[in-house]
Design a protein around this ligand. Structure first.
Ligand code: CUA
Length: 374
């Protein structure tokens, strides 16, 4: 019995040490989703606020725990203590002290908190001669849609922003509550159905940033991710131009076959997907695929199309066509095995048994077609 007790205590100690190490290691700024590596003014203001709260909390923790330990050891019952100690009740002076001190501490935390909340919420005026970029970010189960209304661009899961520029976001959702978060740039603001929220971000350095839905939104919440490419104004303008253009019309026979199949009833793709320039493809349930082959990830940030491990923030890898094709094939063959609960495998007739499954030949044609949509 005694031995069991000792073993249990040892186990609890080990778990506690393991948890502590995991917690501390999690704080490394080099992690792609670390908030300790603030690379924009919004993330910086949120990090500053964290440190204020952290230090105030640490001082309170040390003082309170110190007092508890001191009292517990200093006044613990000794073998020759016979009677209970004298019982006291009520002390006006103590009551006032322990009301006033926390009130002051709360004020110390509350003033910068309220300031930061409003500073993050209200887009600041841009420097003279510059404009604010405006983007709509729309949450779907489980992917992100990005619309650039001033440029006629619609994309999904890969957000492009110009570096050193204030970017204002209108945040919406078409189904449940999601949350928009780019740990190194700022967040998290909820994307609420029928209630538009707004926030702003700015990236100080060009590079690739990780984004993530930060509000539990169903079984594939953890698979609802996106990437942010922060780039020079020239690169950004070039990207906008390319994205605003209509999708290419194929000449290769297999690609042509894929395009025809994409719009045909036996595949049913066009009911949910848009392809600019293709009149029959105007669905808005799934991502706009006009330039899907230009994106560095598939399936909302979970299938990497570059083959380059995220090593350096400032390096934005290019799409590797053969990896992209493998990913497209895997996704079209069995989306459910990649993203559990996704709407395509639930509602599309070729996946839910209403229509015959796609053949290998049909999948190859679709992959060939989608690969051309750069
Ligand atoms: Cu969307 Cu979690």
């Amino acid at each position: 019995m005694l031995k069991d007790n000792r073993r249990a205590k040892g186990l609890i100690g080990l778990v506690a040490i393991g948890a502590f190490i995991a917690l501390v290691v999690g704080c490394t700024p080099s992690h792609a989703q670390s908030t300790f590596d603030a690379l924009g003014p919004v993330a910086k203001s949120q990090l500053d606020l964290f440190w204020i709260t952290f230090w105030v909390g640490l001082v309170v923790f040390i003082l309170v725990e110190g007092a508890i330990l001191y009292i517990a050891f200093r006044y613990k019952r000794k073998p020759d203590d016979s009677a209970d100690p004298a019982q006291t009740h009520g002390s006006t002076r103590l009551e006032i002290i322990w009301t006033v001190i926390p009130a002051i501490l709360l004020l110390v935390v509350a003033v910068p908190t309220v300031q930061t909340v409003f500073a993050n919420l209200n887009t600041p005026a841009p420097p003279p001669g510059e404009v604010v970029e405006r983007i709509e970010a729309i949450g779907h189960q489980w992917w992100f849609e990005f619309r650039y209304p001033e440029h006629g661009v619609v994309t999904a899961n890969e957000l492009h922003i110009p570096v050193d520029t204030i970017v204002e976001f209108k945040l919406k959702s078409v189904d449940v509550i999601h949350s928009f978060w780019v740990p190194k740039l700022g967040g998290k603001v909820d994307m609420v159905p029928n209630n538009e929220n707004s926030m702003w971000l700015q990236a100080n350095e060009p590079g690739l940033y990780f984004g993530q839905c930060a509000e539990f939104c169903g079984v594939s919440h953890a698979n609802m991710r996106f990437k942010v490419v922060a780039e020079s104004r020239e690169d950004y303008d070039a990207w906008l131009l390319a994205q605003a253009a209509n999708a290419v019309v194929p000449i290769d026979p297999l690609v042509q076959e894929g395009m025809d199949l994409f719009g045909a009833p036996e595949a049913g793709c066009t009911q949910c997907h848009t392809i600019q320039g293709n009149r029959s493809a105007r669905g808005r349930v799934g991502p706009d695929l006009s330039h899907v082959a230009s994106r560095r990830h598939l399936a909302a940030g979970i299938m990497d199309n570059t083959g380059v491990a995220f090593a350096n923030q400032s390096v934005v890898p290019d799409v590797n066509v053969s990896i992209l094709q493998d990913n497209l094939r895997a996704w079209i063959t069995d989306p459910e095995s990649i993203k559990s609960g996704n709407i395509m495998s639930r509602d599309a007739a070729v996946y839910n048994g209403t229509l015959p499954e796609l053949t290998d030949r049909q999948i190859s044609a679709l992959v060939a077609y989608l690969t051309t949509l750069k």
